[in-house]
Design a protein around this ligand. Sequence first.
Ligand code: 13P
Ligand code: ZN
Length: 273
Amino acid sequence: MKFLEAQFVQKFIRMANDGWEQGWHERNGGNLSYRVKPEEVESVKECLNAGEWRPIGTTVPSLAKEYFLVTGSGKYFRNVIIDPEDSICLIELDDKGENYRIVWGLVNGGRPTSELPSHLMNHEVKFLKNEKYRVIYHAHTTNIIALTFVLPLEDRVFTRELWEMATECPVVFPDGVGVVPWMVPGGRDIAVATSELMKKYDLAIWAHHGMFAAGEDFDLTFGLMHTAEKSAEILVKMLSMRPDKLQTITAQNFRDLAVDFKVTLPEEFLYEK
Ligand code: 13P
Ligand code: ZN
C-alpha cells in the first residue's frame, strides 16, 4: 500500500487540517502524534527507509520499538494536507526508548516536533494506564489561552469554570483539566510537568501557550480539544458581557447529571462558591 493511502495517515492529515481550519495553528503552532498499530506499520512496510538514530531528549522505556506518526518541527498545519511528505514523518523508537529515527517523511529535511519529549512522555503515561490511547494533540487554542490571563492557574478553577459553560463538558471530560504554569516549551521539564498531569487528566493547559489533549483515536482527541475550547469561548463571551453570572449549573446539578449520565465527577471540583 502507498503510505499516503493508509487510513491512519489519511485520518492524521484530516485532523491536522481540521485544527488549522479552527484557527488553532498559526504559523507552525501546535503538533500532533499518533502511536501506530503494528498491523498499520506492516501495511506500509515497503515504503519505509531508516535514517540516523537521534536522541529523543528524554527516556520512554515503555514505548521502546513503537512507531509514531508526528508533525515536523517548524512545519505549518495548513500545509500538511497539500504536502504531507514535507510536513510530517513516521519515527521508530529504539529498544531502550532513548533514540528515534525517521523512517518516512520530512523529505526536505528537518526533525519531529520540538515537543517530542512532551508527546512521548504523555503517550507513555497513557499507554501504561490504558493501551487504547494512541493520540496526543497540542493546539494553540485561542480562548483557553485568553483565560490563562484572568483565571487562577488551578486545576479546580479551570475544571469547574469549563464544566459550567456547557452541560456536555463534565460528560466529555469527567476527570477534569490540569494546568501547567508558564514554562519554557520544547524541553524535558515541561514534558515531565505535563505527563504528571496526564496521569490524572486527558487535558492539560499550558498557561499563555495552549493545550494538550490525549485520546484513544483521532475523533475522540479532536472532539475533546474542540469541546474544551468551545466552552472556553463561551466563558470569554460571558466575561465580556459582565463579570458575574446571573445563574449557572450548580454543584448539585452536576451531581444529578453524574447519576443520569453514569459518570463519576470528583467532589474536589464540586466545591461551594
Ligand atoms: P514545533 O513546530 O516544533 O512543533 O513547535 C510548535 C509549538 O507549538 C511549540 O510549542
Ligand atoms: Zn505550542
